[in-house]
Write a protein that binds this ligand. Structure first.
Ligand SMILES: *[C@@H]1O[C@H](CO)[C@@H](O)[C@H](O)[C@H]1NC(C)=O
Ligand SMILES: *[C@@H]1O[C@H](CO)[C@@H](O)[C@H](O)[C@H]1NC(C)=O
Length: 582
């Protein structure tokens, strides 16, 4: 698929006049129509309709004394997590120049209140809620007033953990300095996904990458992508694993492709995860963005995982390692009851009310065996999207579901390290394979990489941030495909249809008689018969003379076909790319 054509012309990004950078979208507040953006010492509330309209800004500097320290270490503060607490307040944490702190922000009842301010005098310790080092990414989610966060909690960033703090439940974390649990992890995503109708089975799934334990082995990768999980009602152990998770398990995520030469390309560096809800809240689709590890070869891929496959791996055998120099093997011994990783009081453990009642064997087993033996493979065992042999990498991913004339499509928006966003659809070819189409590539930022992205299907907007600022892009930019029916049809963009006049946003309520769209085949001959006069470029040459003709297609999907008319008959003559020679 061609991605050479990059269109620009997006609106000027929102950015400060203050000397700041590193803009991250922290939260999309659909109810109030606001987008919360963090940039070092600033927190900004933006209008989702127009991000350049009247921003509300909070300056939240580290205290003067701490600032001195921070200058000594050369680090600034970065706002970390930012989560809705109740209807009116947000809970926000920042690295506070190597002393994480948290506070409440009052955002009012409605956007019209035009309120966005710190609750005066209120400061919480941010320990276990936010990383010390502003360069360390963290993930956090508030569930029933408990904050679950994947953070680095010490000054040197050697102690990384998944924490639960606040709220009514005991504060717990992952085992400290145990590389079998976490080995220099980078947390990417965290979300509650129920496993059954029974509340006590509710689990938190988190996605991260970490250093491989056997990276010295040569053949094995240095970085591994992981999915992990814990039970929300875990209270820690009674004798061992006190104030530690007793349900922590993790598994490897595989994303690789076998080339035509038989060589496998592995994508291990997990970069972003988008969890796409489905009708069944227990079974969302997990879209994961990977790049190749290392800096020599630039490759990216998107793999999709089903929750059924992820659960099967967690229900399968555990991995086992004897001593330090041995390989991971399948654990074949006796597995204690209750099976490690099942939640107390859940479907499989009705008699056990708390994790403190787990048997010693069960607790000791999970402590030594937090890793599953089998990895999780993507759907169809191969990536949905692959980019190799290109000079850019993907950095961020969001997904939208679009209803088109001939069915529902998944549209992927992929941010790149060259400041662009690619819009990609994947079409099923037969039951086991698919075809990937790049619909367009929009230049959002001139230079810097895309950092974070959020999508609002409701508002039909994509929000993209980088070091330079934040920009909104409409999900449908049908005008860029031109005015002709054939151009619109060749674009194969499920958001767009030819409405009899122009290429415009398709809605299922568009008048059926005149709309023309063909995402599956992109066949303008079938769709546009009789409609093509408007906006079509017709070029004439004189027979016997030499004429240079050129036709630039407006969509990367369009292919140019030259027809040569003689004595009422049409036939193709010699052509090369977009040029015709006669
Ligand atoms: C939300 O929480 C804040 C902080 O605890 C509290 O001051 C405020 O009254 C709460 N608002 C509502 C509507 O419950
Ligand atoms: C479960 O644990 C609680 C708290 O540690 C203890 O009081 C109770 O006796 C235990 N129950 C059983 C059945 O072991």
């Amino acid at each position: 698929s061609s991605t050479d054509r990059v269109s620009s012309g997006t609106p000027r990004p929102f950015s400060f006049s203050f000397n700041t950078s590193d803009y991250r979208i922290l939260l999309m507040d659909q109810d109030q129509g606001r987008l919360y953006l963090g940039s070092r010492e600033y927190l900004v509330a933006l209008d989702m309709h127009n991000v350049n309209k009247e921003p509300l800004i909070i300056h939240w500097p580290a205290s003067a004394k701490r600032k001195g320290e921070c200058q000594m270490t050369g680090k600034g503060k970065q706002v970390g997590s930012h989560e809705p607490w109740n209807r009116t307040h947000l809970y926000t944490c920042g690295t506070g120049a190597y002393q994480p702190i948290c506070t409440f922000i009052n955002r009012g009842w409605r956007a019209e209140d035009y309120l966005f301010r710190l609750v005066p005098g209120y400061v919480d310790s941010g320990k276990g809620k936010c990383s010390y080092d502003p360069k360390q990414e963290n993930v956090a989610v508030l569930i029933n007033s408990n904050l679950y966060a994947g953070v680095h909690i010490d000054f040197m960033s050697t102690d990384a953990a998944l924490f639960r703090t606040m709220g009514g439940r005991t504060a717990i974390r992952t085992e400290q300095y145990d590389s079998r649990w976490l080995n220099e992890p980078v947390f990417i995503q965290i979300q509650q996904i129920p496993d059954s109708a029974e509340k006590n089975d509710d689990k938190l799934y988190f996605f991260f990458r970490e250093k491989s334990l056997d990276s010295s082995g040569g053949a094995s990768p240095t970085v591994l992508a992981r999915v992990g999980r814990v039970c929300l009602n875990d209270e820690g152990g009674q004798k061992s694993l006190v104030n530690r998770w007793t349900t922590f398990l993790k598994a490897r995520l595989i994303c690789s492709v076998i080339g035509e030469d038989g060589v496998e390309t592995r994508f291990d560096e997990l970069r972003d995860v988008f969890i796409q809800p489905t009708q069944d809240e227990r079974n969302p689709m997990v879209y994961a963005l990977f790049t190749t590890a290392g800096s020599v070869f630039k490759g990216s891929a998107v793999c999709v995982y089903s929750m059924a496959d992820i659960r099967n791996v967690f229900n399968g055998p555990f991995a086992h390692k004897h001593g330090h120099n041995y390989q991971w093997t399948e654990y074949t011994g006796k597995i204690p009851y209750p099976r490690p990783g099942t939640c107390p009081g859940g479907t499989f453990t009705p008699g056990i009310r708390s994790s403190k009642n787990f048997s010693d064997e069960a607790v000791n087993f999970i402590r030594a065996h937090p890793l599953m033996f089998h990895p999780v493979y993507p759907i169809h065992r191969r990536p949905l999207v692959v980019r190799t042999g290109v000079d850019y990498r993907f950095t961020a991913l969001v997904v939208d579901q679009v209803d088109a004339v001939d069915g529902r499509y998944e549209v992927l928006f992929l941010g790149t390290d060259r400041g662009t966003v690619q819009k990609v659809i994947v079409l099923p070819k037969d039951p086991t394979s698919f075809e990937e189409l790049t619909l367009e590539e929009v230049e959002v930022f001139r230079v810097p990489p895309v950092k974070t992205m959020k999508i609002s299907s409701k508002r039909q907007q994509l929000y993209v941030s980088s070091d330079a600022g934040l920009t909104q892009v409409s999900l449908h930019r049908c005008g860029v495909y031109g005015r002709a029916c054939s151009d619109c049809c060749l674009a194969r963009d499920p958001y767009c249809a030819w409405d009899g006049e122009s290429c415009s946003a398709f809605t299922p309520s568009t008048k059926r008689r005149s709309r023309r769209q063909d995402v599956k085949h992109g066949d303008p001959l079938r769709q546009c018969r009789g409609f093509n006069a408007k906006g079509k470029t017709v070029q004439f040459g004189v027979e016997g003379s030499s004429t240079f003709l050129e036709c630039q297609p407006r969509s990367p999907q369009a292919t140019v076909k030259w027809l040569f008319q003689r004595e009422g008959k049409r036939k193709v003559v010699r052509e090369r790319g977009n040029q015709l020679f006669s």
